[in-house]
Design a binder for this molecule. Structure first.
Ligand code: NAD
Ligand code: ZN
Ligand code: ZN
Length: 360
């Protein structure tokens, strides 16, 4: 089978032949029908040696949908032929969080990091930018029903992470029906454009989009954002003006550099919420007394729970959330990576191994 493998830190990855795995024990082999390319894939391939707790080589790709191809003798869950989406954070499977379907917050994460055995599909373990993906257990698969694979795959990270981040800021937004809250979304790429739609579908908040690209602001408007602005020296003031001078009730930062964190705290209202989703490596000084807005609640959401994934898929099935996709054949993975890196992707780049599905 073909696979997009990171063979050394600093990349680029290579599109190469790899052995098709066969499922043993509880494992399930999935024939990949679509795999999204995430901003995190760039961070992973660009990482310095020893910066991440993974060993190379491994296959990238942590946003995967496909069909069950083969089941190990002890496998549970979906049957052969069933269309599934992969719940990508793979924890220990036994701690309180994993048992509750929150592998994203596995209590043994630091032990997995120390052992360098990987923490999910495409995160130190072989991922889904390939013809097939070996999933360790059927509990990590959810049936997708009628959702198209290129829609389902990005929902498992771009959609799930955005949904989970929004769940975390919800208390700052007041009454979802009658409230007049406002939320700033910084970075309207793969994650951000779905965050805008989820906010519109599940809250009455005014949505304020911020990006460095005009095309991203146009996408934000298509997704239902009420206002959009490029990053400029006066962006925080522009956001405050749009919120009657108080600042936004919540900020979702899908970039996470020091500059966007500073923008976030200067645009958020006292008692508001800042969710740092982007892994841009920025830093923010937390000090009391200090310059942060009083009562600020900062969260560092990571991916999401299985229940969050079910809920965001339900929104998509109901037509309230639609992923903007740019589809590429798997053989053109490196072009897709270049397009993402240079800011040429609208929404999510999705790799499709089967060229017939690509034409469909
Ligand atoms: P993306 O490249 O699709 O989108 C990023 C967007 O941010 C683009 O529209 C880009 O133009 C915009 N942007 C870049 N610099 C900006 C700036 N200074 N100010 C405003 N906008 C700016 O990436 P993505 O896949 O949406 O991922 C976004 C971030 O979220 C990445 O850092 C990724 O690693 C991270 N991520 C985190 C989690 C998590 O669980 N916390 C999950 C997935 C992705
Ligand atoms: Zn991701
Ligand atoms: Zn666990």
């Amino acid at each position: 089978m073909r696979a997009v493998r990171l063979t050394h830190w600093g990349g680029p990855p290579v599109v190469t032949e790899a052995e098709r795995p066969s499922p043993r024990g509880e494992a399930v082999l999935v024939r990949v029908e679509a795999a999204g390319l995430c901003g995190s894939d760039l961070h992973i391939m660009d990482a310095a040696p020893d910066a991440l707790p993974y060993r190379t080589p491994f296959t990238l790709g942590h946003e995967v949908a496909g069909r069950v191809a083969e089941r190990g003798p002890d496998a549970t869950g979906p049957e052969v032929g069933e269309r599934v989406v992969v719940y990508g954070p793979w924890g220990c499977g036994r701690c309180g969080h994993c048992v509750a379907g929150a592998d994203n917050y596995c209590d043994r994460r630091s032990a997995l990091d120390t052992a360098r055995t990987g923490t999910g599909a495409g995160l130190g373990r072989d991922g889904g930018l390939a013809d097939f993906l070996l999933v360790p257990s059927g509990r990590l698969l959810l049936p997708v029903g009628a959702l198209a694979p290129a829609q389902a795959a990005p929902l498992s990270d771009a959609g799930l992470t955005s949904y989970h981040a929004i769940a975390g800021i919800r208390p700052a937004l007041g009454d979802p029906e009658t409230g007049t809250a406002s939320v700033a979304v910084i970075g309207v790429g793969g994650l951000g454009h779905l965050a805008v739609q989820i906010l519109r579908a599940t809250t009455s908040a005014q949505v304020l989009a911020v990006d460095v690209r005009e095309e991203a602001l146009a996408l934000a408007a298509d997704c239902g954002a009420h206002f959009g602005t490029l990053v400029r020296p006066d962006t925080a003031e522009a956001l405050r003006r749009r919120t009657g001078g108080t600042g936004a009730d919540a900020v979702l930062d899908f970039v996470g550099t020091s500059a966007t964190l500073r923008l976030g705290v200067s645009a958020v209202r006292p008692g508001g919420a800042l969710a740092v989703v982007g892994s841009g490596g920025g830093e923010l000084l937390v000090r009391k007394p200090g310059a942060l807005p009083p009562g600020l609640r900062i969260s560092l959401p990571f991916w999401g729970t299985r229940t969050d994934l079910e809920q965001v898929m339900a929104l998509a099935r109901a037509g309230a959330v639609k992923v903007a996709t740019e589809r590429f054949p798997l053989s053109r993975a490196l072009d897709a990576i270049d397009a993402l890196r240079s800011g040429r992707v609208r929404g999510r780049a999705v790799l499709v191994p089967d060229e017939e599905l690509l034409r469909a």
